[in-house]
Design a protein around this ligand. Structure first.
Ligand code: G1P
Length: 297
């Protein structure tokens, strides 16, 4: 079995109902933080981690995603003619080479585990990454790269992990910790969105995974779990029983839950403030805005 992780699955079939009406006509992965769509952040992170093949699990109505990564010859020509080379560079950054991206369709929304299983034939017998585009992680070293480095030491399965407030833990997959080694924790159980009284910890799974082909195999027969969906968490948990090879990884970085409106707004503000061309004006505006609101209270 190959050990290097060069393939990543991006489950992008979700309806994005939390962002209606915007997502009535555009995929939620095209929603922008400042001027880059969520999907671009995910692809950039994967590329920096050494990923060479990008597998999108899509659904009906996601055509805009395919177009986004395609060449745009008319636009290119017009930018060239106007000598707008900076913009041309920005444009080229979003274009993927032919054959780099593969698209598979998930015909029915049966859950994250099922979405990952849809990519089975393109993965084969090698470890692979899964990136959930809702989880945007700002970090000096991209989160997936940190995980791939950790994986070189541990092998097996690694999931990104982060402590969340206990009141919010039930919205996540949670880890039952066997041994806490700091950044790495070995895991003796995993449970998807448990009732608060059943939560094994408040160490939550965040949307970055490096998984063994065994997980894919488990998914083939995985019964529906939390929410009546086929859960990736459950298929990973089976590997603990079989091989005891599942780790949580506390990454360095700031995670934004861009699947929620509040998280999306926080990410927008943070990314805007981090931008040299925007920060000064934007910060001034924010301070004024906050002062005015406070004064009015
Ligand atoms: C998914 C996973 C869950 C994980 C979460 C991280 O849930 O099923 O285990 O904790 O992503 O964002 P979702 O948020 O898609 O319901």
């Amino acid at each position: 079995m190959k050990n290097k992780v060069t393939k990543a699955i991006f489950p992008v079939a979700g309806l994005g109902t939390r962002f209606l009406p915007a997502t009535k006509s555009i995929p939620k992965e095209i929603l922008c933080l400042v001027d880059r769509p969520l999907i671009q952040y995910a692809i950039d992170e994967a590329r920096e981690a050494g990923i060479e093949e990008y597998i999108f699990v899509t659904s009906r109505g996601k055509g805009a995603l395919e177009d986004y990564f395609d060449a745009a010859p008319q636009l290119e020509q017009s930018l060239k003619a106007k000598k707008k080379f900076d913009l041309l560079k920005v444009l080229n950054h979003s274009t993927m080479d032919s054959g780099e991206i593969a698209y598979v369709r998930q015909r029915e929304a049966l859950g994250l585990g099922h979405a990952v299983l849809c990519a089975e034939r393109l993965i084969g017998d090698e470890p692979f990454a899964v990136i959930l585009t809702d989880d945007v992680i700002a970090a000096d070293k991209p989160c997936l790269k940190q995980m791939i480095e950790a994986h070189e030491q541990t092998g097996g399965n690694i999931v990104a992990a982060m402590e969340v407030p206990p009141s919010k833990a039930s919205a996540y997959g949670l880890l039952d910790i066997k041994e806490d080694m700091g950044a790495l924790v070995s895991v003796k159980g995993m449970v998807e969105k448990p009732e608060p009284e059943d939560a094994p910890s408040n160490l939550a799974v965040i949307g970055r995974y490096i998984l063994t082909p065994g997980v894919m195999k488990n998914l083939r027969t995985q019964a529906a779990g939390a929410g009546g969906e086929i859960q990736l968490t459950d298929a990973i948990a089976k590997e603990i029983e079989k091989y005891d090879n599942v780790f949580g990884f506390r990454f360095d970085g700031q995670r934004y839950d861009c699947g929620s409106k509040a998280g999306f707004l926080q990410a927008t503000v943070a990314f805007a403030l981090a931008r040299g061309d925007l920060s000064e004006e934007f910060m001034e505006f924010l301070i004024k805005m906050v002062d005015t609101r406070r004064a009015a209270q």
